[in-house]
Write a protein that binds this ligand. Structure first.
Ligand code: ATP
Ligand code: MG
Length: 464
């Protein structure tokens, strides 16, 4: 059988950074391939090459056996390749229907054909099984709804190869199920899929084959059914993972109230409170409520890692050093002059501690891989040394190896007396990291209990 896609010897450098060297992948018609690797391994770069966003420096691409001109999004689309990017890129001022058909608005005699636009957009939503109002402005949608619009947009072109770069990062369990069901039915009709996810169980649920990238090269490939999780992780990070939930030594302290979360829920200095709940249960709203108004709170020592890192958490056109030190510039300047040297010196240990893969503290955040951008957003808060930390899904998009490091840093902050509120839809990490746990359902927060007084089943039952 002729592969749907065959990429051979793909190489790509950005200045001195060699993002890919000599990568081979192939996908058969109707097959789902999982591309796995650490943050900065080169996954998104490879997908951007397949979809025509970047031109590779070397290598060949064949689609259904035909060579195709790389570095040309039009050519990719003409060959039936569609991509859902890791960083969502919707036009906020346009409607759901307009965004879904973006780039291919139907016209009649040069005028936008509204009726056709609606039909086409609705068909794409139906293919996904998503229930969204066509006339809603995308700027008003929740992160999960926006992600569904992106996916519907990719499906609207009826692709033969669909590339999904971490498509589930903002989705709740029900939407993930919708997406997976849609993908299974489309692959049964012959569509091929390449999926990137840091959740191995998601890869296993959809894909039959995998390729692992490390430092821009393929280091292993095969059938997912024939490899264990720990063997995949060993390929990814090049070593065994010692301890996923490392804990810093903490001395019991006299209870000292740090924050009232609600009338009945409080957090003490040095305590890590986990809030479990499904996406859409009101968790993010709660954190925002605790945080407003921002300037006052940061000065008073409350830091928020919000769900929308790009919109609220990062200056992506500025350097890593700027982002990490933004909240303490006064400390780094003398007589009003900001010293770049001192700024870089302050940023460098955080780059090491968080394992940020970059060319140096002066690199622009936009040039970092998605997961490494997340680490900068988190590092900025940790560096500020807030008295209270509010963390919304702190390890979303972070690879398994780096997760352990982030859990350690959170635990160290608590050991120094910081009160932490950590929201997550991933129960194992809450059980691994937190002292106490409360569950949120439909905007209501349960009373917190020490984690060892909860079972996974109880927490799940309280959330749904
Ligand atoms: N436009 C760019 N300019 C400079 N360097 C870049 C650019 N895009 C990517 N890189 C670099 O290429 C490398 C691979 O990045 P890539 O985004 O492909 O990683 P990834 O595997 O998708 O990681 P993640 O899991 O964090 O999304 C990184 O070192 C990154 O900094
Ligand atoms: Mg990526």
């Amino acid at each position: 059988m002729i592969p749907r896609l065959q990429a051979h010897g793909i190489g790509k450098a950005f200045g001195a950074t060699r993002a890919l060297h000599g990568v081979d992948i192939s996908v058969a018609p109707g097959e789902v391939l999982a591309v796995i690797g650490e943050n900065g391994a080169g996954k998104s770069t490879l997908m951007n090459i397949l979809s025509g966003v970047h031109r590779p420096d070397s290598g060949t691409l064949l689609v259904d056996g035909h060579p195709y001109r790389a570095g040309d999004p039009q050519a990719a689309r003409a060959h039936g390749i569609a991509i859902v990017h890791q960083e969502l890129c919707l036009c906020d001022h346009l409607t759901v229907a307009e965004n879904i058909c973006l780039g291919a608005w139907p016209s009649r005699h040069g005028f936008l054909a509204r009726g056709q636009l609606a039909l086409k957009a609705q068909a794409a939503l139906d293919r996904l099984g998503a229930d969204l109002a066509l006339a809603s402005r995308c700027g008003d949608l929740s992160p999960a709804q926006r992600q569904l619009v992106e996916i519907a947009r990719a499906l609207a072109g009826e692709p033969r190869l669909l590339i999904l770069d971490e498509p589930t990062s903002s989705l709740g369990a029900r939407d993930i199920e919708l997406l997976f069901r849609a993908i299974r039915s489309l692959t049964a009709d012959g569509m091929s899929v390449v999926i990137i996810s840091h959740q191995l169980d998601e890869c296993r649920a959809l894909a039959s084959r995998f390729t692992v990238l490390r430092d821009g090269a393929s280091v292993g490939a095969g059938l997912l059914a024939e490899i264990s999780d720990s063997a995949v992780i060993r390929l990814m990070v090049g070593r065994d993972l010692a301890e996923l939930y490392p804990k810093a030594a903490r001395t019991p302290r006299t209870r000292q109230l740090a924050l009232n979360v609600t009338d009945k829920v409080t957090v003490d200095a040095g305590e890590i409170l986990g809030i479990y709940g499904l996406i859409g249960a009101g968790r993010s709203e709660l954190l925002h409520h605790l945080f407003t108004p921002p300037t006052e709170k940061l000065a008073g020592g409350i830091g928020l890692l919000s769900e929308d890192r790009r919109g609220e958490g990062l200056l992506i056109h500025r350097s890593i050093a700027d982002n990490l030190t933004l909240t303490c510039l006064a400390r780094l300047s003398r007589w009003g002059w900001l010293s770049t040297g001192r700024q870089h010196a302050a940023a460098t240990p955080w780059i090491q501690r968080l394992g940020i893969k970059c060319a140096g503290p002066g690199q622009i955040v936009r040039e970092l891989s998605g997961g490494n951008q997340q680490k900068v957003a988190l590092g900025r808060l940790l560096h500020h040394g807030c008295r209270v930390l509010l963390l919304d899904e702190p390890t979303r998009g972070i690879d398994v190896g780096a997760k352990a490091q982030i859990y350690r840093l959170i635990s160290e902050q608590a050991a120094q007396g910081t009160a932490v509120v950590m929201v997550s839809s991933y129960l194992p990490e809450l059980f691994g990291v937190c002292d106490s746990l409360a569950v949120m359902r439909q905007g209501k927060l349960s009373p917190p209990r020490p984690v060892n007084e909860w079972t996974h089943e109880q927490a799940l039952a309280a959330a749904v």
